[in-house]
Design a protein around this ligand. Structure first.
Ligand code: NAD
Length: 358
């Protein structure tokens, strides 16, 4: 199978390569001046990290495996500090390379470790989850969680390269896979409606790594993110549209103490945002229904308890993306025509929430 290359522009352009078995390409894509490579990965991916190590050692590189806790538990200051200690002990210089191998949590940590070490060394991401491929590994946002909150400490640090090996998706659990699909569906609504047709054409296939349209769905979603972050690398404007569905989602995640999968919360948030646009007279009810149908077809949740509304409303008001105390939402004026809705009236918000309340 051939490799698809997607360019991400901006001040530090890079390539995202998508294909089968492309992890094997890493060795030949690493610049010649790299002597040491630190591979940051969770224990669950040790076999894959070992294969990578073999490949790099064969090409004369020194490889430092850095095993970090699984998932979100890796995104802490303690884990980052441990990694910096290991880099120091191995004599990592500015021309060496960090590799992040794992889901979005691992690549967020690896990116942050690389961003801060010697004020910035190169990082290559090898995302192994669907969400990692279509979202977390692209765009240069890196970060960790602290007592102050999730993702509040971090840096913009673009990767030098992202390799999305579709084979690595085979071992994902179905709910984790569906969580990534929420971001793909979001990409369809804000910019590339062909994504929605591909999901509608084969929802069952869309839920598996070897579905008829899987590769195209991944490539299209990456292209959407690449196009948007190329225009706005530091989240100063255009990039806000990627936040479609996320304002309510963040409030749900917080209420659930981050035990809900991100994509599940985004799924509810997408239906809410669509209902809000409809309540504001921007889109017809059948477009709201299209959100609900596609998300439900891939087993994503589209409802949340009715009694949670007052708490969710208050949490949204203090969301870091709210401007001051004013609430701001990304909504649609039409399919693939995102817009901002500033400070919607309380009754409009409540009416939209009715559409997801159970
Ligand atoms: N930087 C960004 O722009 C950005 C964007 C979106 C999300 N994120 C971050 O991404 C994280 C969520 O990413 P995620 O959903 O990938 O979660 P994750 O990294 O926590 O991975 C989920 C689970 O899947 C396991 N896993 C990884 N690859 C696997 C595979 N191929 N097969 C089976 N299991 C595998 C992991 O070990 C983990 O247990 C959050 O921390 C979020 O903040 C960052």
């Amino acid at each position: 199978m051939t490799t698809t290359a997607i360019e991400v522009g901006g001040p530090d352009p890079y390539e995202v390569r998508v294909g089968s078995a492309i992890t094997e390409e890493l060795g030949e894509l690493i610049p010649d001046d790299v002597v040491r490579v630190a591979v940051i990965h969770p224990a669950a991916l040790t076999d894959r990290a070992d294969r990578l190590r073999g490949q790099l050692v064969e090409r004369g590189m020194q490889v430092l495996p850095l095993v970090v806790p699984d998932g979100e538990a890796a995104k802490t200051a303690d884990v980052a500090e441990h990694c910096w200690g290991e880099l120091g002990a191995a004599g990592f210089t500015r021309s060496d390379l960090v590799v992040g191998l794992g889901g979005g949590a691992t690549t967020d940590l690896a990116g942050f470790v690389a961003a801060a070490w010697l004020r910035g060394v190169r990082v290559v991401h090898l995302p192994t989850t669907l969400l990692g491929m279509v979202d977390a590994a692209i765009g240069g946002k890196t970060g960790i969680n602290t007592a102050a909150g999730k993702n509040l400490v971090g840096a913009f640090h673009s990767p030098a390269l992202v390799l999305c090996d579709l084979d690595s998706l085979r071992t994902m659990t179905r709910p984790d896979y569906a969580s990534g699909l929420a971001e793909i569906i979001k990409a369809g609504f804000i910019r590339d409606p062909a994504v929605l047709d591909l999901i509608a054409d084969d929802p069952e296939g869309a839920m598996t790594s070897d579905g008829r349209h899987t590769r195209e769905l991944v490539v299209r979603a990456i292209q959407v993110k690449a196009d948007v972050v190329s225009l706005d690398p530091t989240e100063a404007g255009e990039r806000e549209i990627l936040n479609y569905g996320h304002t309510l989602a963040h409030a749900i995640e917080r209420r659930e103490d981050y035990r809900w999968r991100h994509g599940d919360a985004v799924s509810v948030g997408l239906v809410f945002a669509a209902a809000l646009a409809h309540a504001d007279g921007r889109i017809p009810s059948d477009l709201v229904e299209l959100h609900r149908t596609l998300l439900t077809d891939v087993d994503l949740p589209v409802t949340y308890p009715a009694e949670a509304w007052p708490e969710l409303h208050e949490t949204m008001r203090v969301d870091k993306k709210a401007r001051g105390r004013r609430l701001r939402f990304v909504v649609l004026d039409a399919l693939a025509r995102p817009a901002r809705l500033d400070d919607p009236a309380a009754d409009l918000l409540a009416a939209a929430y009715e559409e997801v309340a159970q």
